[in-house]
Write a protein that binds this ligand. Structure first.
Ligand code: 13P
Ligand code: SF4
Length: 344
């Protein structure tokens, strides 16, 4: 980290220009001092990225110093998978959780894929094994199986099509038959069943028992409290929330869907039932709008820091380098490829 004081000052001001409206804690915003502390790292990471021909893909739930300081692309699971597929870089550094980096590796077996957070789990991805899917499919022969992208390579390899929160409803609707297996999110499975019924194309959804430890904490009272405290507030939720919560919200969609909704809305006050990183992104991008966030932090996403991003880029530990056995990668890739076709 050999940048001059002048370069560090300039970088801190660049960061502060992006983060001044972003919450660092529940009660404090990012300060110039915070940005001064981050600047030597963002400078070093951006330099190492160029020298190594690396690209940084960051999920919106990672911290704003990563999202705005060093990421080349920021977005939801689908956008980041698309970027991974398009990338010409030699190295993909994925600031996210393990299943996301693993998906990038499956799409790019020839590239080095690294994840600063190491084996950062996800309660959904960790809830089910490939063998569990095999057993479920054996009980329901002839029924097509969708897997949420928040799943392991083993689970993806056992399913017909992978989906993300941004395309799940449309892809589920396109699937043949009146029954569908959907794993591993039981709450999203219920939301699919409800949505397909609304669209006039009902299907029985056969689910497993996983849930997101962040989104499954929201209850109808959280929506009611937001509406009571902020009359006229527009409430948005992720489809990993329970259906009784989603039913009370004004919009339900992926992190990109929520961001697009806010960008297109003439309203100025939004309640967000999702992980705090998205709240930070919206604060950065819409300083004229107000965001109310009851709670919700994904500790797995937050394992990515500027410090381990720099370390992983310069000299990754074995647990930060994603490896997927080729036969497994090939089997899992089919369901991801099918998603790209059906999402069009
Ligand atoms: P998105 O694809 O909407 O970004 O969701 C990913 C995720 O992990 C939500 O908890
Ligand atoms: Fe997994 Fe939930 Fe974290 Fe998303 S927010 S990565 S679903 S644990």
């Amino acid at each position: 980290m050999s940048h001059t004081q002048q370069q560090i000052q300039a970088e801190a001001h660049r960061l502060y220009g992006l983060l001044a409206n972003v919450s660092k804690t529940k009660t404090a915003k990012w300060t110039l001092e915070d940005c001064l502390a981050a600047a030597p790292y963002t400078l070093a990471i951006n330099q190492a990225k160029q020298e190594k021909n690396a690209v940084i893909l960051a999920h919106s739930y990672t911290t704003p110093d990563i999202v705005y300081g060093v990421a080349d692309f920021r977005g939801d699971s689908f956008q980041l998978a698309q970027q991974a597929q398009k990338s010409n870089a030699d190295i993909i550094l994925f600031a996210g959780v393990w299943f996301m980096a693993q998906t990038a590796k499956i799409i790019n077996p020839q590239k080095q894929v690294i994840i600063p957070a190491g084996h950062a789990g996800c309660t959904l991805a960790d809830s089910m094994t490939g063998e569990d899917v095999q057993k479920l499919r054996a009980k329901h022969p002839g029924v097509a199986a969708l897997c949420y992208i928040n799943s392991s390579a083993e689970v993806k390899a056992q399913c017909d099509v992978c989906v993300t929160s941004g395309n799940v409803f449309n892809i589920a609707q396109k699937m043949p038959g009146t029954e569908l297996i959907f794993v591993p999110d039981m709450l999203m499975a219920q939301n699919i069943e409800i949505e397909l019924k609304k669209r006039g194309t009902p299907k029985k959804i056969i689910a497993s028992g996983g849930s997101c430890c962040v989104h499954d904490k929201y209850r109808p009272e959280h929506v009611e409290q937001l509406r009571a405290q902020y009359p006229g507030i527009v409430v948005l939720a992720h489809p990993e929330c329970a259906p009784e919560v989603c039913a009370l919200c004004d919009y339900v969609g992926s992190t990109k869907g929520m961001a697009d909704f806010v960008a297109q809305s003439s309203h100025t006050q939004f309640g967000l039932l999702t992980e705090g990183g998205l709240v930070n992104r919206l604060e950065a991008e819409h300083p004229d709008k107000q965001f109310v966030w009851p709670f919700g932090t994904c500790s797995y996403m937050k394992k990515n820091t500027l410090i381990n991003t720099l370390q992983a880029l310069l000299d990754p530990r074995p647990d930060q380098v994603v490896q997927v056995e080729p036969a497994l990668a090939q089997a899992a890739q089919k369901s991801i490829q099918k998603m790209f076709e059906l999402a069009l």
